[in-house]
Ligand binder design. Structure first.
Ligand SMILES: [Zn+2]
Ligand SMILES: [Zn+2]
Length: 350
């Protein structure tokens, strides 16, 4: 925090101001405390006080919101992708892999990480720092406390899920149109067997276009109602990141959400989109693809796959019956530089 304080503007001596400093009446209040004139700290819960402390400590709401948004995105994105990297390195998990003949090699995962970081810092960072002025313009509550009641947050997030899914279905489908696919969306389809980190592996224009589905819902809602807190937007974005990373994980477990919420899309749905390059265009839910008939090949493929698994089980064979022979792009593993073949898999089988 001290390192941060040294480069943040308008802090200087105020950089170490804490909630205690603010709560104690004095004539030397930090700049950020101006935001909370008339707020009674004793009426707030722990999280609300921490929120207030953050804005007071940073002292500049544009930077406080921008920095919090960026850090939240980075921590959640990479934090959620790490378990999938670990799962990818465990041979015992391969029976749950949707494309059991393909594996994401460390070189592919590293390439993807570098590209995603580059787009985060060059494309998303400037946008995130203009987030606060845009929120203010639309009337979105940022620094203010107390937070809205959780029931209000829940139904608002439900609406954002519905909006994003509809927006994504049509925008994503449009991105599969010849010229748009060739110049923009092709990048995201480099991995025909996706993995968690590949969720945001996309052309910068695609990040902007499809990102509008994520932030467009809250902005539209706020413009119409003037009743939205940025915390609700943060919770929504965290849920959306979990959805996107999990949908790219490449795994379907018996406990995966779509197995108990039938209309939830999950990896089972999106993995097929990457494998087949067409169909299954939506993000969270299945109804748009069902309604528009863009999930027919997916349904046929999954039925065939289930049949293969059933036959293997009947024959007493362990699934998958063959070792993985291809990388996440579909190239032969034997040609991947520096990739060592897993236990039980010999060069002969490749
Ligand atoms: Zn696509
Ligand atoms: Zn994808």
């Amino acid at each position: 925090m001290d390192i941060l304080a040294s480069f943040l503007p308008s802090h200087g001596a105020n950089a170490t101001a804490s909630f205690a400093d603010f709560a104690t009446p004095n004539t030397n209040l930090p700049y950020g405390a101006d935001l909370y004139t008339g707020t009674d700290p004793s009426s707030l819960n722990f999280l609300e006080r921490a929120w207030m402390d953050w804005y007071i400590w940073i002292g500049n709401p544009v930077i406080a919101t921008g920095l919090m948004s960026f850090l939240l995105h980075e921590f959640v994105y990479f934090g959620r992708a790490i378990p999938w990297i670990i799962i990818d390195s465990m041979p015992s998990m391969r029976k749950y892999k949707l494309q059991e003949d393909k594996t994401a090699t460390p070189a592919q995962q590293w390439k993807c990480t570098k590209y995603v970081l580059l787009t985060h810092f060059t494309v998303e960072l400037p946008q995130i720092w203009s987030f606060h002025p845009l929120c203010e313009y639309l009337g979105l509550a940022t620094h203010s406390v107390p937070f809205p009641h959780w029931t209000k947050m829940a139904w608002q997030i439900g609406l954002f899920f519905l909006f994003e899914d509809m927006f994504h279905y049509w925008a994503h489908r449009a991105l599969h149109w010849g010229p748009l696919y060739k110049h923009i969306h092709k990048k995201h389809h480099e991995f025909s067997a996706p993995f968690g980190l590949a969720a945001e592996y996309a052309h910068p224009l695609e990040v902007i276009i499809l990102g509008m589905g994520t932030v467009g819902g809250p902005f539209l809602f706020c413009a119409l109602t003037k009743d939205l807190h940025i915390l609700t937007v943060y919770v929504w974005i965290v849920m959306r990141l979990f959805q996107a990373i999990d949908a790219h994980s490449g795994y379907d477990f018996p406990w995966s959400m779509h197995n108990w919420v039938p209309f939830w899309a999950g990896a089972d749905h999106h993995d097929h989109h990457h494998m087949a390059f067409v169909g299954c265009y939506s993000t969270s839910f299945r109804w748009w693809d069902h309604l528009m008939g863009t999930d027919l090949s997916y349904k046929r493929f999954r039925a065939r796959q289930a049949e293969e698994k059933r036959k293997a089980k009947e024959a007493g064979l362990e699934w998958p019956t063959k070792p993985a022979t291809k990388t996440a792009t579909g190239a032969l593993l034997s040609k991947e530089k520096g990739y060592s073949i897993g236990e039980g898999e010999t060069k002969k089988t490749l």
